[in-house]
Design a protein around this ligand. Structure first.
Ligand SMILES: Nc1nc2c(ncn2[C@@H]2O[C@H](COP(=O)(O)OP(=O)(O)O)[C@@H](O)[C@H]2O)c(=O)[nH]1
Ligand SMILES: [Mg+2]
Length: 311
């Protein structure tokens, strides 16, 4: 079989942009499936889910983190899930910052994607882009607007969930009520330059997250204040993020990727064929040795379409 991934590595950012376009145009073509399967087997990035309410400062934070990672020679891919195209069609208030990147920097790639109602705003394209980028970069950041549901969705895609709250917003209380306190691995209080309210938010959030230690296999969720405006706390956050990767490497076993893959395969099937389709596909989902998820998905899709044809 042709080595599509090697060709992609050779081709740099323009080849990646083309590949992502091809995936959207021809999601079921044999070349797309082969490329995604090869990428899936080569995924090695730490995937970071950067989430939190609109206006909290996610994009500004990301823009401030990128030069630090790049300065250390880390290659970074960004998937910015744009909430403005979701439902209302209008831009969400507060979501202003746009990432500016150097087109000549081959170690930094940014892809914006429209949010979808399915998958907590993460569509099938997000998933495919994540698989591709995780094979090509050291770090992949997915920026999503966190409004409850999407936190649990991103948890099945990302290794490290960074949840942002801002001073004086009462977010920590809200997300405790919403029951999502178990999802984030790192809590960031943004806009630390605002002073005392930021310190108070750190205290509140620390209280909330101390309850979640059990669910993260001994990882105590750090709550850290940062300012994208002054640079305060950024180096600390970068260190905390890489410490979490070390933690994951120590506690995860080989089952983890299989379980995660199974989860999003189910989501993709439900997306295309509904609950009933998923129920019919259930016994086809397990990845035996030697099979890879995208060719398995293509196989399942063919089988389900055949079913539909018969009724
Ligand atoms: N004071 C202050 N304001 C910030 C900081 N970071 C972001 N902001 C402001 O917060 C608003 C929303 O920022 P943005 O990054 O677009 O938030 P996002 O919607 O979460 O991506 C913008 O007006 C930013 O200028 C910060 O560190 N300090
Ligand atoms: Mg943003």
């Amino acid at each position: 079989m042709a080595d599509y991934l090697a060709a992609l590595v050779q081709g740099g950012k323009s080849a990646l942009a083309q590949a992502l376009a091809q995936i959207e145009i021809n999601p079921d073509s044999p070349a797309t499936i082969a490329l995604l399967d090869q990428a899936w087997a080569a995924m090695s990035a730490q995937v970071i889910g950067l989430t939190g309410p609109p206006g909290v400062g996610k994009s500004s934070l990301l823009a401030a983190l990128l030069p630090i990672w790049r300065g250390r020679g880390l290659r970074v891919g960004v998937i910015a899930v744009d909430p403005s195209s979701r439902r209302t069609g209008g831009a969400l208030l507060g979501d202003r910052a746009r990432l500016k990147t150097d087109p000549d920097d081959q170690g930094l790639f940014v892809r914006s994607m429209a949010a979808r109602d399915r998958l907590g705003g993460l569509g099938p394209q997000t998933l495919a882009a994540n698989v591709l980028m995780a094979a090509l970069f050291d770090i992949v950041v997915i920026e999503t607007v966190g409004v409850g549901q999407s936190e649990t969705e991103i948890a099945h895609l990302a290794d490290t969930i960074v949840f942002c709250i801002q001073p004086g917003s009462g977010d920590s209380i809200q997300f405790m009520k919403a029951g999502i306190v178990e999802v984030p691995h790192i809590c960031v209080v943004t806009k630390a330059d605002l002073g005392a309210p930021a310190q108070r938010a750190v205290m509140d959030a620390s209280g909330a997250f101390s309850l979640a230690e059990e669910v993260h296999a001994g990882w105590l969720v750090p709550v850290t204040a940062v300012s994208s405006a002054t640079g305060e706390g950024l180096e600390d956050l970068v260190a905390t993020i890489s410490r979490h990767r070390v933690h994951l490497d120590a506690v995860r076993n080989s089952d983890h990727l299989r379980q995660r893959t199974r989860y999003w395969m189910q989501d993709l099937i439900r997306d295309r064929f509904g609950r009933e389709g998923l129920a019919r596909a259930e016994n086809l989902l397990d990845l035996g040795s030697g099979t890879t998820p995208f060719s398995r998905l293509a196989h399942i899709s063919t089988a389900l379409r055949g079913d539909v044809g018969r009724v």
